[in-house]
Ligand binder design. Sequence first.
Ligand code: SF4
Length: 285
Amino acid sequence: MTDVEERIAHGPIADAVRSGVLPGRVWLYSNYHCNLACSYCLTESSPRSERRELTAEQMIAIAEQSKDLGFTGVGITGGEPFLLPWLTDTVLDMVEFLPVLLLNNGTLFAGDRLERAARLAHPDIALQISLDSHLADINDMARGPENFAKVVASVPRLIERGVRVRIATTTGGPLDSSHLDPLRALVASWGVPPDDHIVRPIVRRGRADEFGLGVQAIARDIPSELCITADGAFWGSFGPTVSNGRLDTDLLLTRTILPVSVPANALLAAISGMPEGADATLGIR
Ligand code: SF4
């Protein structure tokens, strides 16, 4: 066993991950701007949003240090990560350390961008693309015109190129079978396995709060994943939201993001004593 493996085997973070007290995935908000402006967006993202970008070097360091601490994966979200021209190269560097789940809106995969994304065909990289309905008009109500058309064109193109795609459906309330069954059939028609189709509620933070959409959530409702942004580290990927143009800090753990041991230990202290699963009452882990 190497020195690093010895440290992982006995570190407090690794122990907490192994026992299920601490979720294994570390989230990164790569940026906050987006080509869309969805009505339920947690971060009030739009093309005019403050970018709040992590650098490529920070993202690679977070992946490397997270592995050393005993975390088991990283997730990248935003904003729209694929607006960053250096994203693909950075993800390929990060996956040298940990598996990467990359959330995106699926609208930017044409021409050169599609071929750049095709380089992400890797067993430990998955692209999680948002699609809320099998009906274009319902999907596009929250996400904007032409969103459905772009997503249903992009997903098969990515899959043809060997990229692993997951689909995430965000809903304002429970979906009945007349809506869910055809949506699941559409997703299955692309060859996406049922376990790679996630259906979760809108969380009432950010722009969703402004419009009164979704479910109210307090800290213990939100999975206690470590979430790192350019502005600090937060409790959960639903933590670093934006309301009225200002970053919400109710779930801020620390302004220090590197070394990762600082925010990781702050999170561990915050969840100390909570039983496994007590942070996932909304089923959105
Ligand atoms: S929900 Fe996602 S795709 Fe929609 S505006 Fe926000 S970051 Fe962009």
